[in-house]
Design a binder for this molecule. Structure first.
Ligand code: FAD
Length: 285
């Protein structure tokens, strides 16, 4: 039987937060047995490079879970990328999620890596054995004129060497299925994991949706209207909603589920508790 991939995403603590918060989150995730945990990356400062590599190394060594390191390139030159790749190699990451990264207001990109495909081509040359992952956007990237145009660029990332895709969050599975159909029709055959971000507050839903042009379906608006500022009830409803999304996706044979944990271990655990029978070989011990 087809076993979907199950992966988690964590981020290094913000600069003003104690480093221990990430270890609390990782301790809280213990027992979930994901196929891998991915660690996000900032805009390319020295702190980004070392924090992502350090946390990936800890996850592999102390928790025995394979890792994927994210890497953004818009504000990096080849020297910085080499440094990051060397750190990731030392941390024995299982793969790199190669990203362009977002444009920052008032900051001029370095001009070496203008698209994720440039970074993928570079990594393929520098580290031919390293697994390369890339991002995809079920509702189209905000800078694309259309989903079709975005999928043409996605195909270029796969042709350059990305062998695994992870999607941006979405709240309506119909949007993911439509994207999947178009991606497969465009000749993209690599595994595509569906990105799920649990609803935890109205503020985060609206800010993520406006940043990423994510459609908020009626079911989510109704949930936000009903629970408003009652955060415990909203979180419980959000967990339920995410578990239902995952159940439907797995029933429709998706390649995998990537859970954006937002470092909230309790939420991730409760979702896992609800969906773990779907990931038969990953049963919690
Ligand atoms: P690209 O693939 O380069 O695409 C960006 C835009 O350019 C798209 O509209 C695309 O259609 C277009 N495009 C691509 N190639 C071409 C071309 N050759 N010619 C013309 N147009 C082109 N951000 C972080 O800062 N840190 C993270 O750790 C991080 N992790 C992420 C993980 C996932 C799973 C996802 C989905 C996103 C993540 N992001 C992260 C956000 C990401 O950096 C932004 O979405 C960014 O704006 C685009 O990055 P990309 O790699 O998808 O870019």
């Amino acid at each position: 039987m087809h076993k979907p991939i199950f992966s988690l995403e964590v981020f290094p603590p913000k600069r003003d937060a104690p480093i221990g918060t990430i270890y609390d989150a990782l301790d809280g995730l213990e027992g979930l047995k994901p196929d891998f945990i991915s660690v996000t990356y900032g805009h390319g400062t020295h702190a980004d490079r070392t924090a992502t590599a350090r946390i990936a190394n800890t996850i592999r060594q102390d928790y025995q879970i394979p890792t994927v390191a994210h890497l953004t390139a818009l504000y990096s030159d080849t020297e910085r990328i080499d440094e990051a790749l060397d750190l990731f190699e030392k941390a024995k990451v299982g793969g790199v999620l190669a990203l362009r990264g977002d444009h920052l207001d008032g900051c001029e990109p370095v001009g070496v890596f203008n698209h994720a495909s440039d970074l993928i081509t570079y990594i393929r040359e520098r580290k031919p054995d390293l697994k390369i992952l890339a991002a995809c956007y079920p509702e189209g990237h905000t800078e694309s004129e259309s989903l079709d145009e975005d999928i043409i660029h996605l195909k270029a990332k796969v042709d350059a060497g990305a062998s695994h895709l992870i999607s941006q969050l979405f709240y309506d599975n119909a949007d993911f299925y439509r994207f999947l159909e178009k991606a497969r029709a465009a000749g993209i055959t690599v595994p595509i994991e569906a990105g799920i971000m649990p609803v935890t507050s109205a503020k985060s839903v609206y800010s993520m949706a406006s940043k990423n042009n994510t459609r908020i379906p009626k079911a989510v608006t109704a949930m936000l209207d009903k629970w408003g500022d009652d955060l415990p009830s909203l979180r419980a409803a959000g967990i339920n909603f995410a578990a239902q999304q995952i159940t439907n996706l797995v029933a429709n044979d998706v390649d995998g589920i990537h859970l954006y944990t937002m470092n909230r271990a309790a939420t991730a655990r409760r979702i896992w508790h609800d969906v773990q029978p779907l990931f038969s070989n990953n049963l919690e011990q």
